[in-house]
Design a protein around this ligand. Structure first.
Ligand code: ARG
Length: 584
């Protein structure tokens, strides 16, 4: 599949060059349903307005120019016709045969092969990245879900993707944790304590750190030991790391996330070298005992080295940027964190550019920032007692609500008979639906906006939710099942002919997949893929309620349309990390 918008742009470009001696970036967008066309382009208006003062090459108004442009486009494999709307917009209609042939090839090959003509790149996605020994919070959940979906889309397009977990596994808090471990469980090496509830452990350590100056001093010295690589300190650090990481893995497994750890500790040995480089190049300057990098255009300087000689978040991110761009040779680095960290990353990117590690457009650095998750009261998402909500509790609750819903559904007389799940399948289905509901609700939001976490809304079978989509998918599977394998194979041997307006509308939305993916990767806006599959699902219902499939004269073409919809949804679910169910 190629980008339809890409093909239209290519045709328009040639037509414009034949009509007027200008080059202008071409905009083509899918038309809203009310316009009764497939795509629109305001290019004639744009050119006319830009060249109006010098007479616009003799064209009196945008419509005249639009007419001239459209006269240079001959009917081709993709474009059926172009007409000029009253406002000077170009209305572009796509060949029904082109849509039908795409539907045929998707249904026959069983997958969506997308060719966007883009160079394959090495891309690093820094996502999830929670802090060791602290509870992973709902912000890390967003980063995990969004980051994973970005990776999946990039991988689908053939890029080499480094899925990186920049764990907060280093820093002053470890002095306190190690000191507390040694004090409270002196024999921890031989008699491993149960500190799986690391949050309680962390709080207890912090309590002593805040109240006992002597403990605080010992903690400070412990950091020095740790940073210097002292054997016992490293051993204790590894122990806490492991307990914390094992717990994290439970969450990653339930969310089906693959990620490779390369946390802050990894950069520790590089920090003195980076500091030296920045001092020598004149970027890092002394400021009140610390070494700071004042990046022009940014309010806060980067702290290259603190006044006590230690290193912090800024130092590590400078080292990580250099390592990623120069050592790993990454062409694009994407950082997924909450918007609150946006100034930090923009400063790091600009600094990397000034130093010469980052050379746009050859290299690209993006901050995929996201809005905070709110509770249903519109305030920051917290438990009633004000604690951060444990992710495992959220997953469990989504699971049990999904299960309840499935049970209720199977007890409804008219649905019960169609329920194909046996009791043991309920658990798997509930987990798939519960986790998918959380993911999809997050991904369908505009990334930068805040959103309210609501189980009721994310599990609503009638809303734009994973539940609705999964049910719709299962319904398509059951239609194909009912038609039978033989009829489906026979259908694939026939050409696809689309006549009804609902067939055409559905096909057109399916064929927008490559364009949507291109936008998603460019803007890191997964909501656009969510919108697309929601639209495809809606168009499928319109098609199915208006067009008889099984037993109709058009059965062969319509079964192909069902198959293509199924594969399109399946691929999109996979990209979003949603688990489809064939039967429900
Ligand atoms: N550990 C950080 C936090 O919890 C996120 C790290 C993001 N990545 C980075 N390279 N700074 O806020």
């Amino acid at each position: 599949m190629q980008s339809i918008i890409g093909v239209i742009k290519h045709n328009l470009l040639q037509a414009i060059q034949a009509a007027v001696p200008v080059t202008e970036p071409i905009i083509v967008t899918p038309a809203a349903a009310k316009f009764k066309t497939d795509f629109i382009s305001p290019i004639a208006l744009a050119i006319f307005n830009k060249h109006k003062k010098e007479g616009c090459f003799g064209f009196k108004n945008p419509q005249e120019l639009a007419q001239a442009i459209s006269s240079h486009i001959t009917q081709n494999e993709v474009i059926q016709s172009i007409e000029v709307a009253g406002n000077g917009f170009l209305n572009i209609h796509i060949q029904p045969e082109y849509l039908a042939s795409l539907i045929h090839s998707i249904s026959a090959s069983g997958k969506l092969q997308v060719n966007l003509n883009v160079e394959r790149q090495k891309v690093l996605v820094d996502f999830s990245s929670p802090n060791i020994a602290k509870e992973m919070h709902v912000g890390h959940l967003r980063s995990t879900i969004i980051g994973d979906a970005i990776c999946r889309c990039l991988e689908f397009l053939g890029h080499e993707v480094l899925r990186t977990n920049h764990l907060g596994d280093w820093g002053t808090q470890f002095g306190m944790l190690l000191t507390y471990l040694n004090d409270t469980y002196p024999d921890w090496e031989t008699n491993a304590p149960d500190i799986s509830d690391l949050e309680t452990f962390y709080k207890a350590a912090k309590g002593r750190f805040d109240q006992e100056p002597e403990f605080k001093e010992r903690s400070r010295l412990k950091v020095v030991d740790l940073q210097g690589g002292e054997e016992n300190a490293i051993k204790a650090w590894k122990y806490i790391y492991k307990v914390s990481r094992d717990y994290l893995q439970i969450i990653y497994d339930r969310l089906d996330i693959k990620i490779e750890d390369c946390g802050e500790s990894f950069y520790n040995p590089m920090l003195p070298g980076i500091t030296q480089e920045l001092v020598e190049k004149g970027f890092a300057v002394q400021s009140e005992g610390a070494l700071c990098f004042h990046v022009p255009g940014f309010e806060l300087p980067l702290m290259v080295q603190k006044s006590d000689g230690g290193y912090g978040y800024d130092s590590t991110d400078l080292a990580a940027a250099k390592y990623r761009l120069l050592d790993l040779g990454v062409k694009r680095a994407i950082y997924v964190t909450d918007m609150g960290q946006n100034p930090h990353f923009l400063t790091i990117f600009e600094a990397a550019k000034l130093i010469g590690w980052h050379r746009p457009p050859e290299t690209r650095m993006d901050h995929a920032g996201f809005g905070v998750v709110l509770g249903e009261d519109g305030k920051k998402f917290k438990t009633r007692s004000g604690e951060s909500v444990k992710l495992i509790t959220l997953l469990d609750e989504a699971h049990s609500r999904a299960k309840e819903q499935l049970l209720k559904r199977s007890n409804e007389p008219e649905i019960g008979q169609q329920t194909h799940l046996n009791p043991s399948d309920f658990e798997n289905a509930a987990e798939a639906i519960g986790v998918s509901a959380i993911k999809y609700y997050d991904l369908k939001q505009n990334r930068i906006s805040t959103y309210e976490f609501s189980f009721d809304r994310m599990l609503d079978p009638r809303g734009n939710t994973a539940v609705y989509l999964i049910y719709a998918y299962a319904r398509i599977c059951s239609i194909l099942d009912k038609a039978g394998q033989e009829a489906v194979s026979a259908a694939l041997g026939s050409p696809c002919i689309l006549t009804a307006s609902q067939e055409r509308a559905l096909a057109l939305w399916i064929c927008r997949f490559p364009d949507t993916l291109e936008t998603v990767i460019e803007e890191l806006s997964l909501n656009k893929l969510c919108d697309l599959i929601y639209e495809v699902t809606t168009k499928f219902s319109e098609f199915y309620s208006n067009c008889k499939v099984i037993g109709s004269p058009e059965q062969a073409s319509r079964l192909q349309l069902c198959l293509a919809t199924k594969f399109m949804l399946l691929e999109s679910f996979t990209l979003l990390g949603i688990k489809p169910l064939e039967r429900i």
